[in-house]
Design a protein around this ligand. Structure first.
Ligand SMILES: [Ca+2]
Length: 131
């Protein structure tokens, strides 16, 4: 009896573990991974990839980074609820998308950082891609 219960718990544990793995895989593909509050800890993403996250009063910045982007005129597309910036490999500002606008174009390439910032009074979910 005790042995059977242990086996059941082990199976449930495995299932929860598998679900956690699946969620983690999904999150690393496009959702943010905290901590991501600086250039050094930016969540990796790719040119053209759709990403999402949430900023709030207790998590005011999300940093994202993409590398090997070919140089040209690029566009940061995002939802309107969150201010966003694009910065180069040195952290210099390339573009600023204020809350209330959906996109901003800029010239850039190589390593690009996208920064989502909290400017509201409530937590704000955002999404974006650089194309
Ligand atoms: Ca963050």
């Amino acid at each position: 009896m005790t042995k059977k219960k242990t086996g059941r718990f082990a199976r449930v544990g495995l299932l929860v573990f598998a679900m956690a793995l699946a969620f983690a895989a999904t999150a690393s593909a496009a959702g943010e991974t905290e901590p991501n509050n600086s250039l050094a800890t930016a969540s990796p993403t790719s040119f053209g990839e759709y990403n999402w996250g949430t900023v709030s009063g207790s998590d005011v910045n999300d940093y994202w980074v993409m590398t090997n982007v070919s140089y040209g005129t690029r566009t940061l597309n995002g939802n309107s609820g969150t201010a966003m910036e694009v910065r180069d490999a040195s952290g210099n500002l390339l573009a600023y998308k204020p809350a209330g606008t959906y996109s901003v174009s800029f010239f850039g390439g190589g390593t690009l950082y996208v920064v989502a910032s909290f400017y509201s009074s409530t937590a704000t979910s955002y999404s974006f891609s650089v194309n």
